[in-house]
Design a protein around this ligand. Structure first.
Ligand code: IFM
Length: 496
């Protein structure tokens, strides 16, 4: 059984982080990479954390620098050109579900402003732009007749990107399931996977000629768990068994879409985008709960896609497991499903936000500074650990980081964002370090290009490197956008 991630110096690092509790995030991030050995309170020497070198860390030629968004979070225009409703339209309209009672309208209105936004991307020097397609713009009820006007929007966007020399990275599903499919059972129903494959086929036919990277699913874990188990995201369900079904049927949808992609002969590449999180046992004598948490958070998604097997310790009634019925989960799996799910991909997209500690009885423990998103425990070295783990434990596959970022500390428009610069710098450094150690990492996308609708947090969390005034739709690049532009131009990251 694989062990949860632990690394030398963890305990001392936690002690150190406690000691930095009064620092700002920037100071804590800077302090996380000192050059000297740190001393524990008992005075014994502990291993020094890794330090970036004095000279710039250079990335391989052709390394992709990009920024990411998703349809419901930025497009607005919820009824334009006949768009159908998604589960997020329904959920956001329910009282009390969104922190500021907002909806996906107007968001950043990219549906109408895409040309200006592409010009903005050019001015920042981006090599790639990751966006998602709204399924219910293309197929209003998730299936049946194509809504040409909706599909044409994405064709225009792709053309604009290609014209600007920016590679499109296209996500097919970023949580906005057509409401009509939810009404028919949603991801609890196997049929949704088939509908997804048909929808993917429509997109490949319309846009597949473009040299692009395609991502089937965005964070199937978050959609399954937060939307179907915790009830905090659309569709707002609270059933671990439904969450388990949403896991399997999303993964099946991924595999079916990969098959369609191959059949289409499209020239681009395809994979899935998984949010992965190093899990660190805070009670080393009782590591089981951390092992189960690792199974639930990471291996439940990595293993079927990359190895064609499900881990046997992710689902069950032990602390850290997805508390669904393992027999029912097994029953969902039909002969041949895992073969479909593990259809060879061209890349694996990773979304990295931080680490988590887990105690002996499965509770989450803060072992690193958090951002305004309290679930986010910031640990740049965790990115390195994760990348090396993927190289060591899984079949070789090109990797790209398709999300990495933090929110501003307050809901107010912010253009001076030193915390984000420190965050990005330290994560770019760890990415370069991993490449130096043989990890086949090919690109890094920040989350996000623009301030946007942050799901249940509405507009109260701003994750963009470009500020958006939602009343006027004015865009203002933050200081971090300038920092990112410099990194892209140099294709390297400085120590500080
Ligand atoms: O905004 C989200 C995104 O949609 C998926 N990954 C995490 C981001 C920040 O919460």
């Amino acid at each position: 059984m694989p062990t949860p991630l632990r690394r030398d110096g963890d305990l001392s690092r936690r002690t150190f982080l406690l000691a930095t509790g009064g620092l700002t995030l920037t100071a804590a991030l800077a302090a996380c990479t000192p050059g000297a050995t740190t001393a524990s309170p008992s005075g014994s020497a502990t291993p020094a954390p890794w330090s970036p070198p004095a000279e710039p860390m250079t990335f391989p030629k052709g390394y992709t620098w990009g920024a990411s968004t998703s349809a419901f979070q930025i497009e607005g225009a919820l009824t334009a050109d006949g768009r159908g409703a998604s589960v997020w339209d329904t959920f956001a309209a329910l009282p009390g579900k969104i922190a500021d009672d907002s909806t996906g309208d107007p968001a950043a209105d990219q549906y109408h402003r895409y040309a200006d936004d592409v010009a903005l991307m050019s001015s920042l020097g981006l090599g790639a732009y990751r966006f998602s397609i709204s399924w219910s713009r293309v197929l209003l009820t998730g299936a049946g007749e194509v809504n040409q006007a909706g599909l044409d929007y994405y064709r225009r966007l792709v053309d604009e990107l290609l014209g600007a020399g920016i590679r499109p990275t296209i996500t097919l599903f970023h949580w906005d399931l057509p409401q009509a499919l939810q009404d028919a059972g949603g991801w609890a129903s196997r049929d949704t996977a088939e509908r997804f494959a048909d929808y993917a086929g429509v997109c490949f036919e319309a846009l597949g000629a473009a040299e692009a990277d395609w991502l089937t699913l965005n964070e199937p874990k978050t959609h399954a768990f937060v939307g179907h188990w915790y009830g905090v995201h659309a569709p707002g369900l609270r059933s671990p068994d439904t969450a388990a079904a949403a896991v399997h049927h999303q993964l099946l949808a991924h595999g079916l879409a990969v098959q369609r992609f191959r059949d289409s002969g499209a020239p681009g590449r395809i994979g899935a985008a998984l949010n992965l999180i190093p899990v660190i046992a805070t009670e080393p004598d009782y590591p089981e709960a951390a092992t189960f948490t690792d199974a639930r958070e990471n291996r439940l998604f990595l293993d079927p896609i990359l190895k064609g097997t499900y881990p046997d310790d992710a689902v069950g009634d032990q602390p850290g497991q997805l508390p669904a019925d393992p027999a029912a989960f097994l029953e969902l799996q039909q002969p041949g499903d895992l073969e479909v799910i593990s259809a060879p991909c061209d890349l694996l997209a990773i979304q990295y936000y931080g680490v988590t500690g887990v105690d002996g009885i499965g509770n989450t423990v803060d072992i690193a500074p958090t951002s305004a998103a309290t679930w986010q425990q910031i640990d740049p070295q965790g990115l390195y650990d994760l990348l090396v783990r993927l190289k060591d434990e899984y079949p070789a596959i090109p990797l790209i980081i398709t999300e990495n970022g933090i929110p501003d500390p307050t809901p107010d428009i912010t253009v001076d964002d030193p915390d984000r610069i420190a965050f990005l710098r330290s994560h770019f450094q760890q990415a370069a370090r991993a490449i130096g150690d043989g990890v086949p990492l090919e690109g890094h996308y920040v989350w996000s290009l623009l301030d946007n609708f942050e799901w249940a947090e509405g507009y109260t969390q701003r994750w963009g490197i470009v500020a958006v005034d939602f009343a006027t739709q004015e865009r203002t690049p933050k200081a971090s956008a300038g920092f990112f532009t410099d990194v892209i131009a140099a294709n390297s990251v400085n120590r500080d």
